[in-house]
Structure formats: C-alpha cells, structure tokens
Design a protein around this ligand. Sequence first.
Ligand code: GDP
Length: 296
Amino acid sequence: MAFEGLTTRLQNVFGKLKGRGKVSEDDVNEAMREVRLALLEADVNFKVVKDFIAKVKEQATGIEVQKSFTPAMVIIDIVNKELTELMGGTQEKLAKANKPPTVILMAGLQGAGKTTLTGKLAKLLQSQNHKPLLVAGDIYRPAAIKQLQVLGEQIGAQVFTLGDKISPVEIAKQGVQLAKDQGNDYVLIDTAGRLQIDEELMQEIKDIHAAVKPDEVLLVVDAMTGQEAVNVAKSFHEQLALTGVVLTKLDGDTRGGAALSVKAVTGCPIKFASTGEKIDQLEPFHPDRMASRILG
Ligand code: GDP
C-alpha cells in the first residue's frame, strides 16, 4: 500500500518524542529535521516541504514550556492538522451543473487510468441513482473504445462511440447532445492520453473543452510517478483550467509525494483516489483520513 515508508519513518520520529516525558526545543528541532527528510524521501516537492515544516515549527515553538503532559501528542496533532491542510483540508465534491447534464472531461497521460476511472465513476454515480452516459473519445489508443464498452456492459451503462475515424471534438459534442435528448444527467468523456509537450493533442482537448464546456475537468494522475505527477499536473493546469485531480494506483507502493504535493502546487483539489483495478475501487478523497493513515 502507498505511504508505507513515510508512515514507518514518521512513527519512528514520533516514537522517540513520545519516549521523552519533557520535550526540549532541541528535541522539536531534531524531530522536524527528521520529518523534513522523511517527506523529501517520500518524494514530496521541495518547496512544499519547506513551507510545511515552517508552519509546523511555528506552532510547535514553545510547546516544551507549555504545561502539556504529552508534548509529543501536541506536536503529532499539529503535523496531522497541517498534513490535512496540505492535501486540501476538506473533501471536495464532484461539480454539478445547474441544468443537467453535468459534463465531466477526463484528461491525463496515457496509462494514467482515465478509461478505468470513467467506468468507476459511472458506477459510483449509478449507485447514487444517476444515469451517466460514457463517451468514447480516445480514438488513438488501440482497444480504448472496446475497453470502455466492456466497462459499460459490466455496469449496465450506455457507451457512445462513433468509432475511431471521427474527430473526438465531434464525438464529444454529439455525446453531450445525445445525453440531453435521452435525459442522462451525467456525461463522462474519456479522452486520449497526451503529453503536455504534444501540442496537437493538447490543442485537441482544448477544442473538446471549448465545444462542450465541461463542468468538471478531472486530471487523472498516476500516483506511482511521484514528483513527475506533480509536474504533469502543473503543466496541464496551465493549459486546461483543471477543476480536480484524481490520484490513481494508490494501492501500489507509491511513496506518496504526489498526494502530498499536487494540491499545494496546482491549487486543484484531489477529488477521488483510485486504489485498484477493480471497478469499485474508487473512493472520494478525504484529506483528514489520508493524513491519519499517513501518520499510522
Ligand atoms: P488510460 O490510458 O489513462 O485510459 O489508462 P487505463 O484506464 O487503460 O489504465 C492503465 C492501466 O492501469 C490498466 O491496466 C488499469 O487496470 C490500471 N489501473 C488503473 N487504475 C488503477 C489503480 O488505481 N490501481 C492499479 N493497481 N491499477 C490501475
């Protein structure tokens, strides 16, 4: 599972502090040095770590002179609170259009998990009594359309495709129109994986964006790619005005840097976490729960 290394290291740091009845300023400084190293080793963005440590230190200063019986616990509380803030504070819900359908556009690199997420999100919406329409907008990856159709069949959701010869902009437009005509209240548009340096494909998703004016643009980010995931998020955000991030593959042995940096670096909330290949392995992302999990 994700964060194992970070959790172990933080537990060691706080274990040492808890072992001391009284905590001196030197103890706090030493602990903060170790927390800093642990975060850097977990691949958290350098600047994010710097700001984080400064905030915790500011609050922890003077802890040793407070008449706290358990200064270590006070410090752990501060770290917990700041970790939660770092990841966005509160759970951010999926956008909802004033007038249905709510249009959701998936963006991200190839292999990040967009098609899988499209199926998972549709299933989640169905469980809340919504009626999503899936739109097969990835016409470049062989088998992407089929993959979405298989997912649609599995969950009993309609998949709209025009094959792989029609432009994805047209497919997206017609998909949204069909949803309006049929009364689907959500449209999930799968798109091709693209590199931010691939100008043609980047332009294409911008054109889709302009054509269907999505209520939600979700960047699907593979958490396993660590620091790189944050760079990808940053440059997508500059080009495409993202409204949310979905972290995938949190079940792998990711060091956690992406989860801990992406909100701070892009300002985009993490809305969901994907924790496996199965269709129901998707959860709303709760910063507080994630912080508690990281602290172990
Ligand atoms: P796309 O190219 O962005 O559409 O990526 P896909 O949806 O095809 O996913 C790429 C691979 O990652 C597939 O083998 C998926 O089964 C796998 N995958 C997607 N999400 C997760 C996840 O949360 N955990 C794990 N372990 N695998 C995932």
